[in-house]
Design a protein around this ligand. Structure first.
Ligand SMILES: [Zn+2]
Length: 66
């Protein structure tokens, strides 16, 4: 049973290549879902998450308006 990695990123666009080795795959660009704050790589099932402290600027603007 494998446990997949969760990787914190600070950008909405990440590049995943599976980290090489058995799970390696061609380099792909992934775009983090801003509503969920995460994206799972369809190739290697790693999860890329945006820390709550790192809210995209658009959303910060929206919060300020409320
Ligand atoms: Zn991947």
């Amino acid at each position: 049973m494998e446990s997949f990695e969760t990787i914190e990123v600070h950008s909405l666009e990440v590049v995943c290549d599976g980290g090489g080795g058995a799970l390696g795959h061609p380099r792909v660009f992934l775009h983090i879902d801003q509503d969920r704050g995460e994206i799972t790589c369809p190739y290697c099932s790693r999860s890329y998450v945006l820390p709550k402290s790192c809210v995209p600027h658009e959303r910060q603007h929206r919060i300020n308006e409320m």
